[in-house]
Write a protein that binds this ligand. Sequence first.
Ligand SMILES: [Zn+2]
Length: 472
Amino acid sequence: MTKYLLVLLLVLSGTITNSQSIGEICGTPIPEQQWENTFSELINQFRALQIQSGSNRFTEYTIPVIFHVVHSGQSIGSFPNIQREQINSQITVLNQDFAGTGFNYQTYPANAFIQWAVNQSLPPESRDSLGRVKIANINIKFCLAEKDTNGNILTEPGIERINLNTRGWSNPNIFTTPAALRTYFDGTIKPQSIWNAKKYLNIWISDKNAAMPFTGFSTLPPLSTLPGISGNGEGTDSTDGIWSYSSAVGSAFIFPGGIYASPNVRGRTITHEAGHYLGLRHIWADGNCLTDYCADTPPAFTSNTGFPVYPLNPGSCNAPSNSPNGEMYMNYMDYSADPAKYMFTYDQAVRMQTAMLNSPLRNTLGTHGLCVAVLGFNNEGGIIPAHFQLMQNYPNPFNPVTEISFSIPEQISISLIIYNSIGEQISVLLDEDMKAGYHNIKWDASSYPSGIYYYRLVSQKETISRKMVLIK
Ligand SMILES: [Zn+2]
């Protein structure tokens, strides 16, 4: 009961609290050995291809994402019907985490796992210039779907809001075990709302029962191309995707105005589930010192929680792969608190790249022209570490007023300029020092004709342009 009240208070206050301890617990099923055996063969083929091509480079993918926000009539901004800015910030988190530049990655200890890497004779691909186990760049990006499966423009990119009362669905918060919630989503909500799983990563977000300490689950990438064959936990055309508790979505660092539940305040629930979605296992492999089939993640006796300190539990597992540098609690596939996690490894990257290349529900994911620009990256595809972590206008199309919103983590001088379709500058909305945080600037286009317009945000380091449409 106390816990329920805490959650209620948290929801009503819309702020972050440190007294709440939901903890990231994941409901993704443990894969069958047959699935792992098939995966191992495909990984061997992938590595052989890399050796043949003489390159360790990974293919770049960009995955369109649709968030199905399942609520029971709450207004936008009221839990669990969270604001678009909170959802957008999840895309930024995914992009930075999968690029190896996620929140707190600079805190990786200077001597992390060096001795263990030597003992294991890890290859150069798995190590960085200091000899540590490397924080990998997976080369997989995520973007907000701009269009639905019929090609219609979404009023809120990447978001479909569904009032469960209009669908005759039960409220997900009545299910009191992870298995029951998963069964309900897989059997009812997902099949009735999924968008083409060959084109989109579907993410459902909703309330859950307060007594259940878990925040996410995912389907695994199916590996068989035979129709009708799907093992435990593998996604199908009607179930594929991720579920997350609404208040575990997004980053309070990027969008402080959202609804978050500590310690899930940096969007790592969905980073973790996206790891499963692309074929990763928990680093402790759901047993004591079992293998996650990645040679560059040290064995772990069990899952870790909270904010561990390096080195954590050296020698916790027996030979042959005992780790003198302890367990990799900072890996996204552990259960440590969101801010304590900031890495995938090279072997984990190989698994995810292999899934993207081979799984029948992953190998056709690409933007297909379905996406707006990728948040967290500049126009050249480089990573934006500090600026414009959130940027969009709403509504779009609009008439005659739209609001352009962006988020910056430090005070910086910013210009916001409007151009018409032939590139003529028609208005300067901002040209000044802006405080750190979230900003929302209105543009009233009453005096302009219908058509395509562009807005451009300029700082000393970055310039980003976006398109918008005025329809009168
Ligand atoms: Zn998990």
